[in-house]
Design a protein around this ligand. Structure first.
Ligand code: ZN
Length: 448
């Protein structure tokens, strides 16, 4: 048998394996994983020279087409993702139109023409009609993942319509009946946060920590508890997205021990930055906010103990932020190219996170949570989505793309050198191959 691609002399890592050998690929699929000696002949053979070959990163949380045109973001930002070893992304998209069906068709076609890696969608519930439309959405788009947003006051600068408990309950009732259904919730108590914000705005403070202190950790903890309660009442799988509080993974672990399907996502920024870092200002505003050292280390304890199920970047490229007023500034930062180096540096090198643990949260966890078949692990029959990493390469973060980067100048150790999406080498020698623009696949389809 002659295959298309063999990568040998690699440290092969996914959530369950870590060994020296390689992988053989034919027609975009992994056909063999094993020691060097058993790998077949191939049209292209890559000698990894001992570097680490990991399951391609699945980033289940990003927002594209918010500040820039959607088509443009799908091209530029999937290229940024490929640089970071990411081979699939899932977008949280939202519309205020009554139906998601035309919106899905338009976004899917626009994305397919521009992406160099695979992608899928989650839909935001922004009006009652969306809840009633759930069964039709599943039938006509294949999307079974829905998000509800708390914490956004009615006049928030990005126009998100905040949820009510009634919306969550009604959505969960419907989603509980689906085969792969999951409800994601942005957990922050809207009423409490709005009240404290009024007081904080009146104080005249404009520092980044004022934003954090205007929506304290307990606001998030309260809503996490309330959502777990509703998930229990309805039997609906629950994903706690962009969890910034250390109590989140503990509460979810307790819920799982009681038999509930509750999973936790956190983001690189909550593990690496705090609102009190002296080099950050209002441009590092993120929703939920960066916390403090105590919360950051608490999250790391949850990560090391295996209580966190997935990592999402919450990558959102806004037009350059103004840095003029803390309260009207857009929230959000970009991190596709550095998500993996950040976690290798701070997790693997500094805190003893194993590479399999890392792969569990950045590939297997998201695939399992959102029912992404054929992805998230390296085994025969899986899509050949992989990232080759040089664990020892040290380099500073230099941001040249869109959006706000809060890691500029940080020295990271462990960078992707090659990204492979369904057997296609999309990124190598520091460059994304533009021939692959428009060749990524939509993973949320009526047939999936
Ligand atoms: Zn988000």
């Amino acid at each position: 048998m002659k295959v298309d691609l063999v990568i040998k002399n690699a440290r092969v890592v996914d959530y369950r394996t870590d060994f020296m050998g390689g992988v053989a690929v034919k027609d975009g699929t992994i056909v063999m994983v094993g020691v060097n000696d058993i790998l077949p002949d191939a049209h292209r053979v890559i000698d990894a020279e001992g570097r680490c070959l990991m399951a391609g990163v699945i980033d289940p949380h990003c927002h594209l087409g918010v500040g820039y045109p959607f088509e443009e973001d799908m091209r530029t930002e999937t290229m940024q993702a490929a640089r970071g070893g990411i081979s699939s992304i899932y977008l949280y998209i939202r519309t205020k139109e009554a139906s998601y069906i035309p919106f899905y068709k338009e976004r899917k076609a626009a994305a397919e023409a521009n992406v160099c890696i695979d992608f899928g969608f989650h839909f935001g519930i922004q009006r009652e009609e969306h809840i009633l439309e759930v069964p039709k959405i599943v039938e006509e788009t294949g999307v079974q993942s829905f998000k509800l947003y708390f914490g956004y006051e009615p006049d928030n600068p990005i126009g998100i319509v905040p949820a009510t408990d009634g919306w969550v309950y009604a959505t969960m009732q419907r989603v509980a009946k689906l085969e792969k259904g999951v409800v994601s919730v942005h957990c922050e108590n809207t009423g409490v946060a709005s009240w404290i914000k009024k007081e904080m705005v009146a104080s005249g403070r404009q520092d980044l920590a004022a934003y954090t202190e205007s929506r304290p950790a307990f606001c998030e903890v309260e809503t996490i508890k309330r959502m777990i309660f509703l998930a229990e009442r309805t039997g609906c799988p629950l994903q706690l997205v962009h969890t910034s509080v250390g109590a989140g993974p503990d509460l979810a672990a307790e819920a799982r021990a009681a038999g509930l399907d509750v999973t936790v996502e956190t983001c690189p920024h909550y593990l690496i930055r705090t609102a009190y870092d002296p080099d950050l200002d209002m441009r590092a505003k993120i929703s939920p906010p960066l916390r403090d050292e105590e919360q950051k280390e608490w999250l790391w304890r949850g990560m090391l103990a295996g209580r966190i199920n997935s990592l999402g970047s919450d990558h959102v490229p806004f037009l350059p932020k103004k840095g003029e007023d803390l309260w009207t500034e857009f929230p959000g930062v970009v991190s596709f190219p550095w998500e993996l180096p950040l976690l290798i540096t701070e997790g693997y090198h500094k805190r003893g996170l194993t590479l399999s643990q890392l792969s569990a949260v950045n590939a297997y966890g998201p695939a399992k949570r959102f029912g992404i078949t054929g992805k998230g692990a390296l085994g025969p029959g899986s899509d050949a989505d992989m990232v080759l990493v040089d664990l020892d390469e040290g380099r500073e973060v230099v941001h040249t793309g869109k959006g706000t980067c809060i890691y500029e100048g940080m020295k990271l150790k462990g960078w992707p050198v090659m990204t492979i999406s369904r057997g296609r080498v999309v990124f190598e020698n520091g460059k994304v191959d533009e021939d692959y623009v428009g060749s990524g696949k939509c993973l949320t389809n009526p047939s999936c």
